[in-house]
Write a protein that binds this ligand. Sequence first.
Ligand code: ADP
Length: 191
Amino acid sequence: MRLLIMGPPGAGKGTQAAVIGAHYDIPAISTGNIFRLAITKRTPLGERIKRIIADGGYVPDSLTLRVVVQRLEEEDTKGGWLLDGFPRTVGQVKALDAELDGHGYQLDAVISLTADETALVERLLKRAEIENRPDDNEETIRTRLEVYHEQTDPLIDVYRERGLLIEVDGMGEVDEVSERVLAALAEKLGR
Ligand code: ADP
């Protein structure tokens, strides 16, 4: 099973990715988490990207791709995976296509979590208080939403045209959203 989960910042991708990963017994791989860990550990990658992330921009494709390809070589990915927060640019879609082709793999579905903008900003500001993420302040949040609309929104149509897209309303309680996501996946995949 090979899945993607997409959605604007604050839509709850990470939370739902964990639920889906556990349900299908596949690793949920978040580029955002990999980047944050690199920053915390002060690795060379972390040093290069910390400013970009704190400002709400996207990490360059070249660096992002290296991280993803490396992660997808690990043993636990053999039976499938769920990518959370990747791809985010047209270039990343192309690179993922090539990576899949190289292994003879195909995507099974792409989940798009939707949410209204006011709720997103509210959620992100609340998370800023709880998690102390350096990129969760009001100015950076606006930048992240802008960058998302400009660079990542177009990917939704790409996957819709390929017949892979499952759109799920991400508003409401976490459990409600999980039920919706799992029901939509079960319908699409037949399992
Ligand atoms: P959110 O979607 O809530 O912004 P993430 O944890 O998915 O949170 O990502 C946090 C930050 O990490 C992004 O704002 C971006 O700077 C960087 N990032 C994550 N994934 C990618 C990616 N695929 N390409 C470029 N930058 C990324």
